[in-house]
Write a protein that binds this ligand. Sequence first.
Ligand SMILES: Cc1ncc(C[n+]2csc(CCOP(=O)(O)OP(=O)(O)O)c2C)c(N)n1
Ligand SMILES: *[C@@H]1O[C@H](CO)[C@@H](O)[C@H](O)[C@H]1NC(C)=O
Ligand SMILES: *[C@@H]1O[C@H](CO)[C@@H](O)[C@H](O)[C@H]1NC(C)=O
Ligand SMILES: [Mg+2]
Length: 568
Amino acid sequence: MEDVTGAQLIAESLKAQKVQYMFGIVGVPVIEVAMAAQAAGIKYVGMRNEQAACYAASAIGYLTGRPGACLVVSGPGLIHALGGMANANMNCWPVVVIGGSSDRNQETAGAFQEFPQVEACRLYSKFSARPSSLEAIPSVIEKAVRTSMYGRPGACYVDIAGDMVNASVNRNRVRVVSCCPPAPVSLAAPDAITEAISVLKAAKRPLAIIGKGAAYGRAEVALRQFVETSGLPFLPTPMGKGVLPDDHPHCVAAARSRALHQADVILLFGARLNWMLHFGLPPRFDPNVKVIQVDLCPEEMGNNVRPAVALLGDLSSIVTQLLTCVHKDAWKYPSDTEWWITLREKMTANAKISKALALQTTLPLNYYTVFHHISQLLPHDCIVVSEGANTMDIGRTMLNNYLPRHRLDAGTFGTMGVGLGFAVAAAAKEQSEKKSKRVVCVEGDSAFGFSGMEVETMCRYMLPVVIIVVNNNGIYSGLDAGTWKEMAKMGNLTSIAPPVSLLPDARYDEMMTAFGGRGFLVRTVEELRSALQMSLNDWERPSLLNVLIDPSSDRKQQEFPWLTRSNL
Ligand SMILES: Cc1ncc(C[n+]2csc(CCOP(=O)(O)OP(=O)(O)O)c2C)c(N)n1
Ligand SMILES: *[C@@H]1O[C@H](CO)[C@@H](O)[C@H](O)[C@H]1NC(C)=O
Ligand SMILES: *[C@@H]1O[C@H](CO)[C@@H](O)[C@H](O)[C@H]1NC(C)=O
Ligand SMILES: [Mg+2]
């Protein structure tokens, strides 16, 4: 048999574990790894910052259920990827980071980019290890891939000593490790299911909450049957949107606060009672609410609220177990209860308010008008990526999702800068699967700035992402160009410019045209509609719409308003 290099072993092992995508930035010592990955048939996407590369690889993990790989160089390259690993771990998304490191015989000597990488990754991952020999590479890679997917998904790290990349070994000395199957599925205990059904039947004001765990667990088919058969109102978390369509008659997102506050029994499907759900506690929840917690992670049970019933296991399977009982008992929550009436009342009232805001046409535009027109033009099956504060929060309520795993946002960690990496991943997946779903990236101007250089990546690979920068000249709000000029004239911008402000009317659209993509400067509804239409018709290259809105058009609420302490 012929010899095989470390680089080849890494690439072939990833391929054997059905890792299809690798995002990264090369340099010594990992150039050969990227080339070997391409030779092995893995799609390699070269990015402009390891953070974005790691965000992209983790998005692949969420979208496909198998991790993407992120390839980075030693020292600073790996350090940049830590942000992506932490974000993946917080979101419970599988990702495998491969980091080159310095040569073994230079360890502790102050080698080029030397850093204690395995140790550094420990806090940001489920598994962090370095193969001790070339022969160990296939099993360590298999363990990293498997660990990233099994149990609660998350980030895993494999360190590759620089001298192992080009070193070689005869193939017959390397044990072949076959592909690890998807995580084994387990059901909830039958007694617990019976108990859950009896708690549910006794409910006066039941509510199902659908989290991104249900999306990741591909529970959409079972959940739809369950919700329709049981007649329950449901509420999605931000990335739980689309598991059931946002326009489903049982969706009570438009009455979110009331639904959370008054529910007496909550079925929690793959969502955590963390800050995003106000910890499940008063004042946002009834202090006596009974929670039926469905999760694949035993340690999650009882965080902040002790569940009335804990259903541990695979989301989709447990929903099917519940469905079987509901069917057998021919039980259905009636649609004419006080609870449904109060929820519907609130939804109608809230819809009226946002409609009024959406129809304002005064210039500069406001968020609601912008999102109203975007939502009218977006294709039904598009993948919406979104980040920002107002931009993400208002967009979440106004941009509907109709399909599962079609929304990617700042997530549990509230990370700004994830959007372009996520969009690159989603678009690269569409491109390589020869599918044609649109990826639309709705960005605050600050959020865009964190990874803005990835527009070059989109242009280079001809990924037809449509980026919409909702530009209010700042973080939450900004200054108008006139006020900014006045300050500049007085010569004291650095002393009194509000820390939230960014350069007014910045031409983010020209960043896209610089690399051959399409750029549009948008100030009016007509310009918005025509630019978006033109962008959606162009499948050859990415577009960026720089939508200038009123810099003081915030909602007069703080960042991530669902965090607010009191406003109900
Ligand atoms: C990595 C990171 N750094 C900083 C923050 C703090 N932060 C929260 S939202 C935000 C940006 C909000 O501004 P923008 O994206 O323009 O959205 P807008 O509210 O103006 O629509 C920042 C910097 C964060 N969440 N994540
Ligand atoms: C591997 O070998 C190639 C070709 O000789 C060389 O360019 C590269 O720097 C080597 N890589 C490492 C990590 O030693
Ligand atoms: C801004 O500059 C003006 C003119 O130089 C000066 O009078 C003023 O004190 C400055 N304001 C601050 C807050 O530094
Ligand atoms: Mg902004």
